[in-house]
Design a protein around this ligand. Structure first.
Ligand code: HEM
Length: 310
């Protein structure tokens, strides 16, 4: 019998804990998908030959999302929002940046991710068991930082006003030189945040509706920057952000245009690179490749049976 990989097992566990929602992504299940344009600035051309970072225009697919694997969760239950961008460089050449409204992830190893899923199983039906919560804090000290940051948690008021981080490092490469970078998207509409406690009355699907209304009035856009890593900045640890004062290079402007069905179906695998950019050694980044492919295979097979999720 074929044995399943660690990545497939992780996706199985997500299904066990959050429920199996056929035809949906196994994480970030609900969202809003658009097409648009990326206007490269050319300001990083000394560091990378990547086609989209030259002075150019490239079509893009963009999908905003709520992090929950369960599409029925209220908007406020998903304080972390996502923005996945696919740069369409040519018929056989795409590359993705998958980002969220948090600069850090809660664990640095795929094994810990799976262990944490197991322990958090008790959370699924409302209140976690106290003993298990205590165990989680003792066994996974990195979770403490996440819990304490969640206490002061704020969320963007709109998908259009979040600051989105790639979390992982990548390398720009050119002529034998290698430069570590992290991506950040900043909203042209300005960053706008609300306390999580003020969000609970929002109707289901508020973010999707608000974005549809906003884009029908005027385009929504973001500036994309590369933070330039220095010698001691970790490139393999998504639980640690780099210092805020790192030099940044303006890579270009992302302009969101109109809703798009292809953008909802697309696979935004964060490890798909193009000439001039390579993945860092971050084990979580590398783990994501097969996990995303597993989810994509399942949801597309289910959609062929029953029709798309949206
Ligand atoms: C062990 C770590 C992780 C696992 C197992 C995991 C798993 C998944 C899966 C299965 C999907 C659905 C993919 C699809 O059907 O296309 C997904 C989507 C997503 N994940 Fe992760 N993820 C991980 C880490 C991260 C991190 C560190 C980020 C932060 C940038 C992130 C951000 C997102 C976003 C924004 C989406 C939605 C992408 C879209 O709109 O298609 N994930 N994740």
């Amino acid at each position: 019998m074929e044995t399943s990989s660690k990545e497939q097992q992780a996706v199985n566990q997500i299904e066990e804990i959050f429920g199996k929602h056929e035809a949906y992504r196994r994480a970030h299940a609900r969202g809003a998908a658009y097409k648009g344009l990326f206007e490269g600035s050319g300001e990083a051309s000394e560091l990378t030959d990547a086609a989209h970072f030259q002075k150019t225009e490239v079509p893009v697919l963009v999908r905003f999302s709520h992090f929950s694997p369960d599409p029925t969760w209220a908007d406020a239950m998903s304080p972390v929002k996502g923005m996945a961008v696919q740069f369409q460089l040519g018929p056989e050449d795409v590359t993705n940046i998958v980002s969220v409204t948090s600069p850090v992830f809660f664990t640095r190893s795929p094994e810990r991710f799976v262990e944490m899923l197991k322990v958090s199983r008790s959370f699924q039906k409302g209140r976690p068991k106290l003993a298990e919560l205590a165990e989680l804090l003792t066994d996974f000290p990195e979770v403490r930082a996440m819990f304490s940051s969640m206490k002061k948690m704020t969320v963007p008021e709109s998908f259009a006003t979040g600051v989105y981080h790639s979390i992982h490092a990548f390398y720009f490469v050119k002529a034998g030189n290698k430069q570590a970078v992290k991506y950040v998207f900043e909203p042209d509409a300005g960053e706008d945040r609300r306390a999580l406690k003020d969000m609970t009355d929002l109707p289901f699907g508020y973010y999707e509706g608000e974005l549809a209304e906003r884009t029908s009035r005027s385009p929504v856009s973001f500036r994309l920057y590369a933070a330039i890593g220095e010698a001691d900045d970790p490139t393999d640890d998504p639980t640690r952000d780099w210092p805020k004062d790192r030099e940044r290079v303006f890579l270009g402007r992302l302009i969101i245009d109109a809703p798009d069905a292809e953008a909802e179906q697309a696979l935004y695998d964060p490890t798909v690179m193009t000439k001039g950019v390579i993945c860092s050694e971050d084990p979580i980044l590398r783990f994501r490749r097969e996990a995303y492919r597993t989810s994509h295979e399942r949801r597309t097979a289910e959609q062929q049976k029953s029709g798309p999720s949206t």
